[in-house]
Design a binder for this molecule. Structure first.
Ligand SMILES: Nc1ncnc2c1ncn2[C@@H]1O[C@H](COP(=O)(O)OP(=O)(O)OP(=O)(O)O)[C@@H](O)[C@H]1O
Ligand SMILES: [Mg+2]
Length: 375
């Protein structure tokens, strides 16, 4: 449905003396009916990518094809104007017209440009249908400014849907809303997208939003695509330290790969611990970081021994209601561990820490972690 190839867009950046790629030669493929999310930290190029797809930004190179129609091609010198692309858009700061009522806001796209010739009866029918989809049909006559934040957001969505777009582009459409409303609109948006079967490209920097709503997620970092996969792949099989760190929380234990046998590896840490697990892009002799998520670490009392089981000590604990978070000292490393709330070990308790091999992933060593990028 959407194919983006080798897309590049640079901006002039005085502080870095020269042109900087906001979108650095990326490839994306979105299938029909898919909910596809661009996820990444602020400034990684999500909005610029979406604006290039929409035709609001003119790329420096690449190709954009929607439903077999070439919208942009650097080599073939094609650039279809934005209003001829038949795409529905809702932006980070959604613009609704305060001087119009709900009905007229939604009708607006049908009354301008080449859709101006839409008959009055058809405008009414299509606006009513779009308003029904977002459940605003009861408020058609109300002024847009007299709507709640969530209702305004649904209005912006109805206005994008009314043109029956080939592709729906949503740039952080929930970012202006409070946490509760954001959550309920997540469900609503997901239901709506599924019912309408509309191919959607969604932009967010919120990893839980991305994981909960998407069929597929592309994690972006510094203008590049770091990994593409379904939410489970992204979370359970991160391709690099950046993705492991940005999507969810994880622990990193530094070490050196000693031995590799296909997918399996053996790593030795500076503390002399030997760990085994899965390997991604590392070879014997390489410096690496073993990624293990807090909820995958098994903590039990005493000094257990066995494969991937090490002696540690509880440093601090934090009760969060549904779980207990522990900081466990393991040699020179501190690990965050998440256990059921019923397990209550006071600090100083000697514990054994088990890292299940299927969740311990040796990734190439890098300084380029999400936490570092965010600070
Ligand atoms: N018109 C512009 N002129 C110069 N630089 C720009 C312009 N638009 C974007 N940039 C730069 O390009 C990079 C990517 O910006 P973009 O808006 O795509 O990021 P984003 O991922 O959407 O971030 P956010 O999550 O904060 O919205 C940033 O470094 C930004 O400063
Ligand atoms: Mg943005």
């Amino acid at each position: 449905m959407l194919r983006v190839e080798n897309l590049a867009k640079a901006f002039h950046d005085e502080s870095r003396s020269g042109r900087v790629f906001a979108v650095d030669h990326i490839d994306l493929q979105v299938d029909e009916g898919e909910f596809f999310t661009l996820l990444g930290p602020s400034g990684c190029g999500k909005t610029t990518t979406l604006r290039c797809i929409a035709g609001l930004e003119s790329p420096d190179a690449g190709e954009i094809v929607v439903d077999d129609r070439v919208m942009y091609s650097g080599t073939r010198k094609v650039a279809v104007p934005a209003n001829d692309r038949n795409l529905g858009m809702v932006f980070q700061s959604y613009a609704i017209w305060p001087h119009m009522n709900v009905f007229d806001n939604v009708a607006f796209p049908l009354r301008v440009g080449k859709r101006r010739r839409t008959s009055k009866a058809e405008v009414t029918e299509r606006v009513e249908r779009a308003l029904a989809v977002v459940e605003l049909d009861q408020l058609a006559g109300r002024f847009a400014t007299k709507l709640s934040g969530g209702q305004q957001q649904r209005l912006a969505l109805a206005r994008a849907l009314v043109i029956e777009p080939a592709l729906l582009l949503l740039d952080e459409p929930l970012s202006n809303l409070d946490a509760k409303l954001r959550e309920s609109l997540r469900f609503e948006l997901k239901r709506l997208q599924r019912e309408q079967g509309i191919t959607t490209v969604y932009v967010t920097h919120d990893q839980s939003e991305a994981l909960s709503m998407s069929n597929k997620v592309a994690v972006m970092h510094d203008g590049k695509v770091s990994q593409v996969g379904d939410p489970f792949e992204i979370y359970l099989h991160p391709a690099n330290a950046f993705v492991a760190d940005f999507v969810g929380t994880t622990n990193f234990i530094e070490g050196v790969v000693e031995h590799r046998d296909g997918e399996a590896w053996r790593v030795r840490t500076p503390d002399g611990h030997v760990m085994v697990g899965k390997v991604v892009d590392t070879e014997p002799g390489d410096r690496c970081m073993v990624s293990i998520r807090p909820e995958h670490i098994e903590v039990s009392p005493g000094a257990g021994i066995g494969l991937n089981t090490f002696a540690g000590e509880i440093r601090t604990r934090l009760f969060t209601g549904e779980a207990m978070m522990y900081q466990v000292q393991l040699g020179s490393a501190q690990l965050s561990c998440r256990t059921p709330a019923a397990l209550r070990y006071p600090s100083g308790t000697p514990v054994s820490v088990h890292l299940p091999t299927r969740h311990a992933i040796a990734l190439p060593w890098t300084q380029d972690r999400a936490m570092a990028a965010a600070s």
